[in-house]
Design a binder for this molecule. Structure first.
Ligand SMILES: Cc1cc2nc3c(=O)[nH]c(=O)nc-3n(C[C@H](O)[C@H](O)[C@H](O)COP(=O)(O)O)c2cc1C
Length: 451
C-alpha cells in the first residue's frame, strides 16, 4: 500500500493561537469541562485522525492573568476520553523527572486497558524551571541530569510493563486459579536513581506496552528519541530544518539497531485555513489583534529559562546577541535554537517575533486555502521532512473542523490518508510492530517451551 500520512490532533487551550481563548468563534465551554475534550476527540475520530495529544507542565504559568491553558491533568482526561471514543489513539504527557516509574507504568497500563490498546506516553523531562519548586524545591535539575534520570526511568518502566507474560491471567472460575505465578516476575532494579522490586500490580496491557512518544530535539534529546521513541513530535519554522531533523533522527535510530520506519516523525503544523487566501489572512489578523505583546514577552522569557527581556524595545530588529547562549539554557534548549535561527534568518523586531510565536509557540504556522495546506503537507511528506503531522489548529474546534472537512478529503483523493481505520489500536494506526517482551527473552528455555 502507498505510504500513508499520520495525523495527530494536539489539543491545547481553545486552540494553539495565544489569543484563541478570547476569539468569539472558539468553544464556549470552560477549559475544565471534560465535554470539551471528549467532543474534540470525537470530532478528530470522525475525521479518522490517528491520535489526540495533551501536553503538560507541572507548574502554573506566570502569565495566568492573560493566558488560558489546558488545565486538567492529562491522564485523568484520557480516561474520560477513552470511554467516549472507540478508535482514536490517546497520548498524554508525563514527566520522568517528577514521577516515580512504578506510578507511571501503572497509570499508562491502566489507560491502555481502559481504551483497549490506544494509549501512548509523551515522555518529557520537564524543561520548565518553575516545576522544580513543586517537587522538593532543590532547584531545576540540569538538562544532562534530567536525561540521565530519564534513561534509567525508561529501563524501569519497560521492565515493569514486561513483568507479566501475556498468558499470566487464567481467570478460571472452575479450577480456582486466577493467575500463573511463574508467568509474573520481579524486575529487581537497583540503579543510581531508582530501586524498584516489581512486578507491576497489573496484567500486561493490550498493546504490550503503550506507544512511546518523545519530543526532545537537542543532541541528547535526539539520541534519547532514537533509543526509545516510536513517534517524535518536533517544532520547525522551515522545511529545511525539518528535513535535517528527519534525516538525523532516522540515522540515529538505525545506529541504535532500530528500523527507522518504526520511528514516526511528526512536525507541528498550525494552519489557519480560509476558502480564499484573503479570508485566511483576515482570520490571522483578527486573531493577532487579540494578543498582548507583554504576555508574549513573559512567555519568551520563560522559554529562555527566565532571561530578562524587559529592556528590549518592541520595534527594533533583533540580533542573536539580544538572547542568552542556548548552550547555557537549562530549559527546552532546542526551541531556543529554533527561535534564534529565525532571528538570524529574518531579523524580526520583537513585536514581529512575538506575533509569530503567538501563532503556535515556534511550530510551523501558515495561512491559506485547503489546497495550499494539502500541497504543503504532501510536499513535506514526500520530500523527507515528515511521516505525518502534529496538527495544531489555531482556533478550536473551528479550524479542526475546517481542516477535517476541506483538507483531509484532498489528502484522501491523493491516496495519502485513510478513509477508514483498519485496526483498533494506536500501534496499528501508526503501523508499529508489537513490542517484543523482555519476559519471553529472559525466560529459561524449558519454561518457554512449556508456556
Ligand atoms: C509538540 C511538542 C510537545 C511538547 N510537550 C511538552 C510537554 O507537554 N511538557 C514538557 O515539559 N515539554 C514538552 N515538550 C518539550 C520537549 O519534551 C523537549 O523538552 C523540548 O522539545 C526540548 O528538547 P530538549 O530537552 O532535547 O532540548 C514538547 C515539545 C514538542 C515539540
Amino acid at each position: 500500500m502507498k505510504r500513508q500520512l499520520h495525523l495527530n490532533l494536539f489539543i491545547h487551550s481553545r486552540g494553539h493561537h495565544e489569543a484563541s481563548w478570547r476569539h468569539p468563534a472558539t468553544s464556549p465551554l470552560p477549559l475544565t469541562d471534560i465535554r470539551y475534550y471528549q467532543d474534540l476527540a470525537q470530532r478528530a475520530e470522525a475525521a479518522k485522525f490517528d491520535s489526540i495529544f495533551l501536553a503538560d507542565q507541572l507548574a502554573l504559568g506566570g502569565d495566568v492573568a492573560q493566558a488560558a491553558r489546558t488545565w486538567l491533568e492529562p491522564l485523568t482526561v484520557l480516561a474520560a476520553v477513552a470511554v467516549a471514543t472507540q478508535r482514536i489513539g490517546l497520548i498524554a504527557t508525563c514527566s520522568t523527572t517528577y514521577t516515580e516509574p512504578f506510578n507511571l507504568a501503572r497509570q499508562f497500563a491502566s489507560i491502555d486497558h481502559i481504551s483497549n490498546g490506544r494509549a501512548a506516553w509523551n515522555i518529557v523531562t520537564s524543561w520548565l524551571a518553575a516545576a522544580a519548586a513543586n517537587f522538593g524545591g532543590e532547584g531545576q535539575v540540569s538538562h544532562a541530569d534530567r536525561y540521565a534520570r530519564g534513561e534509567e526511568f525508561m529501563a524501569v518502566v519497560k521492565a515493569l510493563w514486561d513483568s507479566w507474560a501475556e498468558d499470566a491471567v487464567l481467570d478460571d472460575r472452575a479450577s480456582g486459579q486466577y493467575a500463573k505465578p511463574d508467568r509474573i516476575r520481579s524486575v529487581n532494579h537497583r540503579g543510581d536513581f531508582y530501586k524498584v522490586e516489581g512486578p507491576l500490580n497489573l496484567p500486561r496491557c493490550p498493546q504490550g506496552r503503550p506507544v512511546l512518544v518523545q519530543a526532545g530535539s537537542s543532541d541528547t534529546g535526539r539520541r534519547f528519541a532514537a533509543r526509545h521513541a516510536e513517534a517524535v513530535f518536533t517544532a520547525h519554522m522551515a522545511k529545511e530544518t525539518a528535513q535535517e531533523f528527519y534525516a538525523d533522527l532516522k540515522r540515529l535510530a538505525a545506529a541504535e539497531g532500530r528500523d527507522p520506519s518504526q520511528v514516526l516523525i511528526l512536525p507541528g503544523l498550525s494552519p489557519m485555513i480560509g476558502s480564499t487566501e484573503a479570508e485566511a489572512q483576515r482570520l490571522v489578523r483578527e486573531t493577532n489583534d487579540l494578543t498582548d505583546p507583554e504576555v508574549g514577552r513573559k512567555r519568551l522569557s520563560n522559554r529562555f529559562g527566565g532571561a530578562d527581556f524587559s529592556h528590549l524595545p518592541l520595534d527594533r530588529p533583533l540580533a542573536p546577541d539580544d538572547f542568552p547562549d542556548p548552550g547555557t539554557v537549562q530549559a527546552a534548549r532546542s526551541r531556543t535554537e529554533v527561535i534564534l535561527n529565525l532571528v538570524r534568518r529574518d531579523k524580526p523586531t520583537l513585536r514581529q517575533l512575538l506575533g509569530y510565536l503567538a501563532g503556535a509557540r515556534g511550530h510551523y504556522v501558515t495561512a491559506g486555502t485547503p489546497e495550499q495546506i494539502a500541497d504543503l503537507m504532501a510536499d513535506w511528506f514526500t520530500d523527507g521532512a515528515a511521516d505525518g503531522f502534529n496538527v495544531m489548529p489555531p482556533l478550536l474546534p473551528l479550524q479542526l473542523d475546517v481542516f477535517s472537512r476541506e483538507v483531509i478529503p484532498i489528502l484522501r483523493r491523493r491516496g495519502l490518508f485513510r478513509d477508514e481505520y483498519e485496526g483498533t489500536t494506536l500501534r496499528e494506526h501508526y503501523g508499529l510492530a508489537w513490542p517484543e517482551s523482555a519476559f519471553e527473552r529472559a525466560a529459561p528455555r524449558s519454561e518457554r517451551q512449556s508456556a
